[in-house]
Design a protein around this ligand. Structure first.
Ligand code: FES
Length: 157
């Protein structure tokens, strides 16, 4: 079971985009956001809300996305409550919250990633959400105590 989790693909937003099969067409038929959504790999662990963001034609493209893992290990560690706390929070304009599949940090979940800031938080609790919103999303200062040390390496001299 644990080995299977580690085999899940990383929902990287920089994945290659398919080539346009109709280069002669000057207008794209279906404008898509720059960041493709990671696909859920376990529909049972997700809540029934649609993983799709609001219709992009409804407003400007979000500047930041808070990805909250809802896959197995993170789900067992309470990531559904973390996602709900983000959804209930008063987010700054231009910020959206999305559920995601496994992000490869299963042993330190719930995992939260903020893009395009490239900030990874680990072991996030619902009570941490207010600090992330106020300090990171509003003031641009990531929460040091929540940074994933496997990604945000620290060096001591
Ligand atoms: S289950 Fe792997 S990062 Fe959440």
């Amino acid at each position: 079971m644990k080995a299977k989790e580690n085999e899940k693909t990383f929902p990287e937003s920089e994945s290659p985009k398919p080539e346009n099969p109709k280069p002669e067409n000057p207008k794209p038929e279906n404008p898509k956001p720059e960041n493709p959504k990671p696909e859920s790999t376990n529909s049972q662990s997700l809540n029934s809300q649609s993983p799709e963001p609001e219709d992009p034609s409804d407003g400007p493209e979000p500047e930041k996305t808070v990805w909250v893992c809802q896959y197995q290990s993170c789900d067992r560690s309470g990531s559904a409550e973390v996602l709900e706390a983000f959804r209930q929070a008063q987010l700054p304009p231009g910020t959206r919250v999305e559920s995601s599949g496994c992000m490869g940090q299963c042993s330190s979940g719930p995992t939260v990633r903020v893009s395009p800031d490239r900030i990874w938080y680990c072991r996030v609790k619902p009570s941490d959400v207010e600090a992330i919103v106020e300090e990171h999303l509003e003031r641009g200062k990531p929460i040091d105590r929540l940074l994933n040390p496997r990604i945000h390496l620290r060096f001591y001299y």
